[in-house]
Design a protein around this ligand. Structure first.
Ligand code: ZN
Length: 343
């Protein structure tokens, strides 16, 4: 099947053998749109993320939407022709974690484009129907593909247990930072402050009502937080930068009894000021991908409460997929999401 294959650090559009048998609980999906993720780019540039090393040729891509072309005989909620998006991680549904409701924490989860599992930048995929979700008519294929990164923001906002009127700080204005800010607003935050050290990234976030941007290199973030919170600190802080410097200082910004959600992944073990956190009884939470977030994320997109259009930076057709990846790898700070359409 025609696919975008990462082989020894280079990308090729070429044929690759992939399973095509549709099981009783599966659907076959003709891929329509795929978003390029930071992790895809990382595998392209570095060949590994932590313990996950690309040893064999691997198809990239995990943020996808498409059209159902076949359904297994047990599948009731989907039909041929349905527009859908797919959760890229397939857990073992019999694992202790899955049975406890945390299928994202199943160590056996098979996640698209995480070696050695092939991703979805190919003509079609066979996928469990249980992890395939119908898109409402007015949610586009591009929005459908962006459900995946948005679900991480949704998981973060859900873990934070936001209360109506809370004020949040998001550290890091990359795609996940902005999507977390949008999820926090949808979850009831009155205001979200987002900080970064790159103005081009902040200018994209600044297009949204309710998001206040701060360049933490040129402006004193503590002062801004005080101004927004009557000197008290933010109710919720989302750490999306993964930067050790940001993480070392995060207790300065949080209100007593506030919550910190650690979203960004630092590349190595990173210190946190524990005593400062104790003096405020800060609650720390972490997230790993998302669990049961697709239906809620799709509902919010359908409701119009989250608008992803300002985050779509460029759309490429599949024959230009390598070019699209080279652009993503160049790290232009004005680019948020680069999209590939299969035809
Ligand atoms: Zn992603």
């Amino acid at each position: 099947m025609k696919s975008l294959v990462l082989d020894s650090g280079k990308l090729y559009i070429r044929d690759k053998d992939v399973p095509t048998t549709v099981g009783d609980d599966d659907v076959e999906i003709k891929i329509h749109t795929v978003g390029i993720c930071g992790s895809d780019v990382h595998y392209y540039k570095h060949g590994r993320i932590g313990p996950f090393v690309v040893k064999e040729p691997m198809i990239l891509g995990h943020e996808a939407s498409g059209i159902i072309t076949k359904v297994g005989k047990n599948v009731k909620h989907l039909a041929v022709g349905d527009r859908v998006c797919m959760e890229p991680g397939i857990p073992n549904l019999s694992s202790i974690q899955s049975k406890s409701g945390f299928y994202n924490l199943d160590p056996e989860v098979r996640f698209w484009a995480t070696p050695p599992i092939d991703g979805c930048l190919r003509e079609s995929v066979v996928h469990p129907a249980a992890f395939t979700f119908k898109l409402p008519d007015h949610v586009s294929f591009t929005e459908g593909a962006m459900v995946e990164p948005l679900a991480i923001g949704m998981q973060s906002a859900t873990k934070a247990q936001i209360k109506p009127g809370d004020i949040a700080l998001v550290m890091g204005a990359g795609p996940i930072g902005v999507m977390t800010a949008l999820s926090a607003l949808a979850g009831g935050c009155a205001e979200v402050i987002i900080c970064d050290v790159v103005d081009d990234k902040l200018s994209i976030a600044a297009q949204y009502q309710g998001i206040h941007t701060v360049n933490s290199k040129t402006t004193n973030l503590v002062d801004v937080v005080k101004e927004f919170t009557d000197g008290n600190g933010v109710d919720v802080l989302f750490e999306c930068s993964g930067s050790p410097n940001a993480i070392a200082q995060l207790t300065d910004y949080v209100a007593p009894n506030g919550t910190v959600v650690l979203v960004g992944m630092p590349i190595s073990p990173t210190p946190i000021d524990i005593v400062s956190a104790q003096a405020k009884e800060i609650t720390f939470k972490t997230i790993f991908r998302y669990v049961n977030m697709y239906p809620k994320t799709i509902r919010l997109l359908a409701s119009g409460k989250i608008n992803l259009k300002p985050l779509i930076s460029a759309v490429y057709k599949f024959p230009q997929a390598v070019e699209a990846f080279d652009r993503a790898a160049s790290g232009n700070p004005q680019d948020v999401k680069i999209i590939i359409e299969m035809e």
